[in-house]
Design a protein around this ligand. Structure first.
Ligand SMILES: *Cc1c(COP(=O)(O)O)cnc(C)c1O
Length: 371
């Protein structure tokens, strides 16, 4: 059997080694925040936002943001049914009620018309998740947020480097969040970022993330409220600084892998890949193939074929409403339908053309076998 083709893999160079070793050796005492401060500053500049707070995960960043925005018991938060659990768990922990709406058939992101239909007197926020690097219709969502006075939140964990009309994903909402988990476009091992242009929200997050201690509180060991602690370590931030210096290289590598898939798959009518509508730049975190309904291809066939070829392809996210702790919403037809005939393809900077050809040959085999 040929060597396993993994799903994702970080790109770590001598620069990452150097920064991390420096943090381990010297990043203590008076220097224990040096890389954290630098990472936050550089990230905010890269994104074009005023404030950034490094966190232990994207999930933690979301939890902080929701708390800072005052979202809690009795509130409803609207998000797409097609998502990873991390986008909704913080809503549940905040005591709010998630409302799952359907996705658009082409971007696989939240459908603004369905959002408007789901708005009630209790609705406080919309979470726009840019799925697999694809961009949400931010103009439509922003118009709804303004009309109904809602917080528009961006979970941009999968869209670092994606752009919507020259605005970076994550920079357009009340606040945005990112993940630096090892599978993401850039990594700190585990880690995340909270970003905002709203200085009040920023101050609230700083206080909440420091166990409720305001940075203006003069008294030592004196929290004014019960907060959280989702901080990133200086060592992780050192890794983040190095990765961020290479972010254009990392995003371009993702775009190149995607573009090769697109070329190799261009003659297959049965498959749709991540879109890049005009005005958008997709950073293609996760190249994904959706087979047409008429292809009759089903998920088990995809999983079997990729497993047999020793390729680590992953299933498209299940509808969150179909998980045991929520209530089924089969009326979200795109969310329930697309996941049954879609698959995430492996992609990482070091991926070779030969490996991509092997992946595509598996897809070719599937299409031929069900004809
Ligand atoms: C990966 C991911 C998360 C979770 O990130 P963590 O850093 O693991 O908490 C949240 N939202 C989306 C959209 C993700 O892809």
């Amino acid at each position: 059997m040929t060597e396993r083709i993994v799903y994702t893999q970080p790109s770590i160079t001598a620069l990452e080694h150097e920064y991390v070793m420096d943090a381990v050796k010297n990043g203590w005492g008076a220097h224990c925040y040096d890389y954290i401060n630098r990472f936050e500053e550089h990230f905010a500049r890269y994104l074009g936002v005023k404030h950034a707070v490094a966190t232990s995960s994207c999930t933690g960043a979301l939890q902080l943001g929701l708390a800072a925005a005052g979202i809690g018991a009795g509130d409803e938060v609207i998000l797409a049914d097609t998502n990873w659990i991390a986008s909704v768990a913080p809503v549940v922990h905040a005591g709010a009620t998630p409302v799952f709406v359907d996705i658009l058939p082409d971007t696989w992101c939240i459908d603004p018309q369905q959002v408007e239909r789901a708005i009630t007197a209790r609705t406080k926020a919309i979470i726009a998740v840019h799925l697999y690097g694809n961009l949400c219709d931010m103009d439509a969502l922003r118009a709804l947020a303004e009309k109904y006075q809602l917080h528009l939140i961006e979970d941009a964990a999968e869209a670092l480097g994606s752009e919507y009309h020259h605005h970076k994903a994550g920079s357009m909402g009340a606040f945005g969040t990112f993940s630096f988990h090892g599978t993401k476009t850039m990594t700190t091992g585990e880690g995340g970022m909270f970003v905002t242009n709203n200085s009040e929200l920023y101050e609230r997050v700083l206080t909440l993330n420091n166990h409720g201690r305001s940075r203006h509180q003069q008294k030592q060991f004196w929290p004014d409220e019960v907060g959280y602690k989702f901080k990133m370590s200086n060592i992780q931030a050192a890794l983040g600084c190095a990765q961020l210096e290479r972010i254009d290289e990392l995003v371009n590598a993702k775009r190149e892998v995607f573009s090769r898939y697109k070329t190799l798959l261009s003659s297959y009518d049965a498959v749709a890949l991540n879109p890049e509508p005009s005005g958008c730049r997709n950073a293609y975190w996760m190249p994904t193939v959706v087979f047409s309904e008429s292809s009759n291809i089903q998920q088990f066939q995809l999983l079997e074929a990729f497993k047999a070829a020793n390729i680590d392809a992953r299933v498209f996210f299940w509808p969150l409403s179909s998980l045991p702790m929520f209530t089924d919403k089969p009326e979200n037809k795109n969310a329930y339908g697309i996941c049954q005939r879609a698959i995430n393809l492996p992609s990482y900077p070091q991926m070779s053309i030969q490996q991509q050809e092997i992946v595509v040959s598996v897809i070719d085999g599937i299409i031929r076998s069900v004809k």
